[in-house]
Each structure stands twice: as C-alpha cells, then as structure tokens.
Design a protein around this ligand. Structure first.
Ligand code: ATP
Ligand code: MG
Length: 452
C-alpha cells in the first residue's frame, strides 16, 4: 500500500471520464459548491464505473462543506443519517448524496498511532464515532481502493491516494488499510468485498480475502438485522446472484447470513435446497438482466420453501395437528428464524406467506378456486415457485399441476371453462389429496398467526 500522503493526479487526457456521462443534477451540485468556494468531487461507484466504461447506478459527491453549510446552500436539501450526517439534494428524478470529507476519530487515531485498545462491542467489533476531515483522510476512510477515486470537475483530473487506478487496471478488489481492523470497524465490508468482486468480476487480493471466513462468524452478529436485510438484497438482486452466492459460500458469508439453509448444504451441492437456490437466483438474474421487475418476496419464498416443508413434516410427526395447521406453524417458525439474522420487513413476510399458502391452494383446481386464484396478486409469483419445484423435484404430479396452471392462465375463456369442466368430472384430479382434505375440513380461525 502506498504512503497515504502520496497522491497520483491523473490528467484529463489520461482517463476517459467525460462530463456528458455525468448526471446533470450531479453537475449542478458540483458547480454550485465550487462557486460557493468549497472543494467538491465526484467519488465512489460513479468514478469507478465510468472508468470501467459502465453506467453508474448513482452519483455520490464529497466536499469540505459541512452538512449544515450544504443545507444553507441548497433549497432542495435534506439532512439524513444518524451516525454520519449526509446531505441529500433532491431533484425530480434523482437524489444526489453529498457527504462531508470523513476524518479520523480520536479512537481511530489511537489505534493507528499508538495501537491502544479501542472501544469494542461484545462481539469484538470496533466502535468509532464519526468526525469530519480533509480529502486525504476521507480517501483512507473508504472501503476499497477502487471506490476511493476523486474526480474534479473543475480541472477534469482524478485524484488517487490509494493506488485505486492500479487496482482497477489489474481488476483487484483490495480493502484500504489493515483488513482485519477495517472489517472490525464495519463488518459489512466483508459483504461489500464479495459483492463488488462478483459484480465487477474481479479478483479479491489475498490479504483482503484471508480474514473473511474467520471473522464472519464473530462479526456478523454485530450488524443490525435490518442492515443485513438491505445488504442481502444488494447481494442477491443485482443481476449476478448465482455468482455471488457461490462466492459467498466460498468465504462462509452465505452460511452466516442464512444458517437455516446452510445446515442442509452438501459437498456435491445437490440437495433440494441448494438446487432451489441456484434455480431461483438464475431466474432472478435473468429477470434483472431483461430489466423486468423482481420482488424479494418471491426470492425468499423460494429460498426457504424446503426448510418450511421439512419443519412442517417435523411438526406433523410430533403433534396431532392437521397438515394445514402444521404448515402455518412452520411458516411462523421459519420466518422467525430467518428474521433473527436478516430482518425481512413485515410487508414482505406477508407476501412470502401468501406465496407459500398459494402452493397449497394451487393443488385445488375446482372451478370456484381456480378463478379466484388466477386473480390473486401473487398468483404469478406462486406459479413461478410451483414451476421451480416441479423442475427441481422431477415429480410428475407437480409437473402436471404446473403445466395445468400454465395452460389455464393463458387460455381463452371458453378453453378455461372446458378445462374446469373436465376437472369437475374427474374427482381424482387433486395431486395432493391430503392437502385438499385438510383445507376443506380445517377451521382456519383456530390457527394462531405470529407475524414476525
Ligand atoms: P454502487 O452504488 O454501484 O453499488 P458504490 O461504490 O457507489 O457502489 P455505495 O454503497 O453507493 O457504493 O457507497 C458509495 C461510496 O461510499 C463507496 O464507493 C465507498 O467509497 C463508500 N462506502 C460505502 N460503504 C462503505 C463502508 N461500509 N465503509 C467505507 N466506505 C464505504
Ligand atoms: Mg453508489
């Protein structure tokens, strides 16, 4: 790692960032800050992606103006963030995030310069308070070298304090500073390392990768489950889910994030749970790459379907509950267990339950149910899960059932009526008679619903 005081200045003619590739709103903010006498740079993912010839997801700015000064300067500004105050400059179609240069805190200075023990949480994560600093400090506070490049709109130069350009050229994901200290400061960095390695198809530097499997089991517990939920979506719903899953598994990150799945992992990676994971992530990747909408409820409903079935079977064995009631209890328990690590919001767990319950209801294809089911908002997601199950299990009944629903939902009205008439004549149509009987004879009001 190069000395932190050495900066490489990349002149305009030596890089390919052009003003026309930068959002008009980000340009407005940068010019306004400059006019008011502040230093301001484009930084992070946008500079990295523009240098890689990719379209940036968003345009983050860093400046020596404090959040309060930002608030005074921009009418359309809102201050956000509790641990570290940020300014959001709000435009019609876009929010530009502006952060004041981060500085070293007292605790960090002690750690760096005297190697004194710093404040630690019960799981050994370092706790730092945030303070403002200068650009040189800010460059050291960022996570990866490739995320710590500063573009100056005024003279079109790029500032590199951490050898980020070299790492971009050699396609290397490298944490700035001592990896173990940086992971202890913020364990989410372990997830970010793998996310960017997968997304950008880059290699992780050996010293950056090495501590991850050891630290993940100790440190992940310190991250609030709500943050882990957000991070898990970024990891699995970014268009590279299959690759990210394999990489997370390699570094033991997946196992820590989803212990309920990991306990069924096999060496051959051929359990139903593992097959489902790959299939649902392939499906999600395809949709994202075709710019189709994706819903985390479908992803999670599929991921946790087999653990749910296993638990239902266990409950049935140990209690006198009928199938439907055992299934509902298992839904509650499965979601409770998952939410201990990743806090899936209630609006999503509600949809997950609906997709799961529709699996049972889809076995019932009499005329009354069928019309209702295809009108259900989650019918399409439920059908997609049924299809995945049929493919994974290679089960002829499930395959027939999924084929039937596929035909029914796309058929014209007369064909649909015809399909139902045939079913009504043949009372053996139900692929899962147990489920059929249970749903018809159970009183749903007796079921206690514990939403996590
Ligand atoms: P993308 O938005 O394309 O996913 P990004 O690099 O812009 O990638 P953000 O989460 O938007 O990622 O963060 C913006 C920048 O803030 C990063 O590039 C990095 O410099 C810094 N950053 C984000 N999270 C951390 C962290 N946990 N520790 C240190 N720096 C971070
Ligand atoms: Mg970003």
């Amino acid at each position: 790692m190069k000395n932190k005081n050495v900066m490489t200045l990349i002149p305009k003619e030596s890089h390919k960032i052009s003003r026309k590739d930068i959002s008009k709103n980000a340009l407005k903010v940068l010019y306004r800050l400059d006019k008011a006498g502040y230093e301001a740079y484009l930084v992070g993912g946008s500079v990295r992606d523009l240098l890689l010839g990719k379209k940036p997801k968003d345009f983050d700015i860093t400046t020596n103006a404090t959040p309060e000064q930002m608030y005074q300067l921009f009418r359309n500004c809102r201050l956000v963030g509790r641990r570290f105050r940020l300014a959001h400059v709000i435009f019609n179609s876009e929010i530009i995030e502006v952060a004041t240069f981060r500085g070293y805190t007292q605790t960090q200075k002690k750690n760096i310069f005297n190697t004194n023990i710093s404040h630690r949480s019960k799981n050994e994560m370092l706790i730092y308070e945030n303070t403002f600093g200068c650009i040189e400090d800010d460059a050291q506070q960022r996570d990866l070298t490739i995320n710590s490049l500063y573009y100056n709109l005024i003279d079109f130069t790029i500032r590199d304090y951490v050898n980020g350009i070299h790492d971009l050229q050699t396609r290397t994901i490298r944490l700035i500073g001592d990896p173990e200290t940086r992971y202890r400061e913020d364990p989410v960095r372990m997830l970010r390392v793998v996310r960017f390695a997968s997304k950008l198809n880059m290699n992780i530097a050996t010293e950056t990768a090495k501590p991850i499997p050891r630290l993940v089991t100790i440190l992940l517990k310190d991250i609030p489950p709500s943050r882990l939920f957000e991070e898990s979506l970024k990891l699995l719903q970014d268009g590279y889910g299959v690759r990210t899953y394999h990489m997370m598994r390699k570094y033991k990150l997946f196992q820590s994030l989803f212990p309920i799945l990991a306990c069924s992992f096999t060496e051959q990676e051929d359990s139903k749970i593992e097959k489902m994971l790959v299939e649902v992530l392939k499906n999600t990747d395809k949709r994202i790459n075709k710019a189709m909408r994706t819903n985390p409820a479908f992803l999670f409903a599929a991921m946790f379907w087999y653990p749910l079935l296993e638990l239902t079977t266990k409950i049935l064995k140990n209690t006198k509950l009928i199938y439907y009631n055992a299934f509902v209890l298992a839904m509650n328990e499965t979601l409770n267990k998952v939410c201990k690590t990743i806090a899936i919001p209630k609006r999503i767990t509600t949809l997950i339950r609906e997709i799961w319950q529709l699996q049972l209801r889809m076995s019932l294809r009499n005329s009354k149910h069928a019309w209702k089911l295809i009108e259900h908002v989650k019918f399409r997601a439920a059908y997609d899960l049924l299809k995945l199950r049929a493919d994974i299990e290679n089960n002829i009944d499930l395959q027939r059932l999924s084929q039937w629903w596929n035909e029914f939902q796309t058929a014209i009205l007369t064909q649909q009526k015809n399909m139902l008439n045939i079913l009504d004549l043949d009372k053996n149509y139900c692929s899962d008679k147990k489920v059929y009987n249970v749903i018809n004879h159970s009183s749903r009001s007796s079921i206690i619903d514990h939403n996590p």
